[in-house]
Design a protein around this ligand. Structure first.
Ligand code: PLP
Length: 514
């Protein structure tokens, strides 16, 4: 393909995407295909002769779109949002076109320097304490990771390194293996599955502590956990607090947890993956009170701040701990400007890194603070509209305080009613919401996800839910189970907890992927 064809192909692809996004409301949010559907739609082998790009664009509709779950559809209310915006898409495109890797400053100075600047813009925007900023006098700074999961793991590995060094000075006679074998980390039973996974990957047991009646981790619980583990000869090392849990968007009590972590010299990582975007609005910032106690802080502009996946913003108070934990140098990685700007390869797990800050730059400039704040506020107010509709129907109950863009609700009465309602909604595919359990009760989670959501979409979802509730309560419970035809069986990977699929864990009861 030469530049002339690339111009045509690229322009046609942009037109295709603009049409797709503009007309998304008309597509069913959930696909109606079965596992293996795609194998019969494409040849079994690579083509001998090059295909035409025009044919591939046609195949986007024939092969790909039937199997797409439309995450940006205004009828998508599952999980949490994943961001998408025109400036974000163009940022992705420019990043792909330049195609540089920025693992050291010298491998593409603009890649490192724009990231340094953007992480400061963003840090100032949410009013993070100065010591987290790249522009601070100290060793703090921000970096873009690929996901909140990676940020939690990076924090854990830095915490491990820091703790091993500290204990070594107290017990020089202990070898590193002995110390590492005693380390223990903490989070709540509401934290995201990725937190437990970070413990698995980093070989530190992650103790999931119980939460209070508002699904928050409290200081006294952490204190008690630490006390009992120290008695057993373990070495507490790392705490992950969540601001905006996956299940109910609850906020752990940072002001209680922080002083304990600081006193006990535990690394405190704050995971604000979803809700963190709201802190660009002053009225939500009280929810991050206590952040100054943290050693690392993370949120995902790729969830709720209109920057396309992947863009997970992480700040640390002392980047030296990351550099010490991740530094593996080779002669071919050295350059004459070392030490004058971050070499971000030392702040992350992979070596290679994309020019992700470009899309952050596009979004921050093209929306401006006002545009971004308007987006968050509109989504929160749409969730409140849904809440009002629910409250007007006495057959439903709201099970937790509504928080940000999330409303958790159920049909009053036995769980079977809510389960059947969910089955009917999933079978009809007009909207996509997921189930969870909360204090032994089956609940549904309704999240305002799409940036295109409008009051009419909330009304549409409500009509669908209300109408299906009518059917459930009339006893018209047609099942939705469809037998699957699968060409090949993919064995389930080993799971530590057996959980029904498509469910989220809320208050340590039932779980699926989140
Ligand atoms: N943390 C929380 C609180 C989440 O809600 C999620 C996903 O929804 C994650 C972490 C995982 O985010 P990522 O996919 O960026 O790893």
């Amino acid at each position: 393909m030469d530049a002339t064809e690339f111009r045509k192909f690229g322009k046609a692809a942009v037109d295709y995407l603009a049409d797709y996004l503009e007309n998304l409301r008309d597509r069913p949010v959930l696909p109606s295909v079965e596992p293996g559907y795609l194998q019969d739609l494409i040849p079994r082998e690579v083509p001998q002769e090059p295909d035409k790009w025009q044919d591939i664009l046609v195949d986007m509709e024939r092969v790909i779109m039937p199997g797409v779950t439309h995450w940006h559809s205004p009828q998508f209310h599952a999980f949490y949002p994943t961001a998408n915006s025109y400036p974000g898409i163009v940022g992705e495109m420019l990043s792909a076109g330049i195609g540089c890797l920025g693992f050291s400053w010298i491998t593409s100075p603009a890649c490192t320097e724009l990231e340094v600047a953007m992480m400061d813009w963003l840090g100032k925007l949410i009013q993070l304490p100065q010591e987290f900023l790249n522009s601070s006098d100290g060793p703090g700074g921000g970096v873009i990771q690929g996901s909140a999961s990676e940020a939690t793991l990076v924090g854990l590995l830095a915490a491990k390194e820091r703790t091993v060094r500290r204990i070594k000075t107290l017990h020089p006679e202990w070898d590193e293996g002995t110390i590492k074998g005693k380390l223990i980390a903490y989070s709540s039973d509401q934290s995201n599955s990725s937190v437990e996974k970070a413990g698995l990957l980093g070989s530190i047991p992650m103790r999931l502590l119980p939460t209070d009646d508002k699904c928050r981790l409290r200081g006294a619980t952490l204190e008690e956990g630490i006390r009992s583990d120290v008695k057993k000869g373990l070495i507490p090392c790392y705490v992950v607090a969540t601001l905006g849990t996956t299940g109910t968007c609850a906020f752990d009590c940072l002001e209680e947890l922080g002083p304990i972590c600081n006193r006990e010299e535990l690394w405190l990582h704050v995971d604000a993956a979803y809700a963190g975007s709201a802190f660009i609005c002053p009225e939500f910032r009280h929810l991050m009170a206590g952040v100054h106690y943290a050693d690392s802080y993370n949120f995902n502009p790729h969830k709720w701040m209109l920057v396309n996946f992947d863009c997970s913003a992480m700040w640390v108070k002392d980047s030296q701990y990351l550099v010490e934990a991740f530094s593996v140098d080779r002669i071919y990685l050295k350059h004459q400007h070392q030490g004058r700007a971050p070499d971000y390869r030392h702040w992350q797990i992979p070596l290679g890194r994309r020019f992700r800050s470009l899309k952050l730059w596009m979004v921050l400039r093209l929306y401006g603070i006002q545009g971004l704040q308007q987006h968050i506020r509109r989504q929160v107010s749409l969730a409140q509209e849904f809440e009002t509709l629910l409250r007007g129907d006495s057959r439903f109950e709201i099970v937790t305080e509504i928080s940000m863009g999330l409303v958790c609700f159920r049909l009053k009465g036995p769980d079977s009613l809510t389960k059947t309602l969910h089955d009917r909604l999933m079978a009809r595919k007009k909207i996509y919401i997921i189930a969870a359990t909360f204090r032994d009760k089956h609940i549904l989670r309704f999240v305002v996800c799409s940036r295109m959501s409008e009051p009419r979409d909330i009304a549409f979802a409500w009509e669908e839910i209300r109408g299906q509730a009518d059917q459930v309560l009339l006893g018209n419970n047609t099942g939705s189970d469809t037998p699957l035809s699968i060409h090949k069986t993919y064995s389930r990977s080993k799971t530590r907890k057996e959980c029904p699929s498509n469910e989220l864990k809320v208050n340590g009861i039932t779980s699926g992927q989140a």
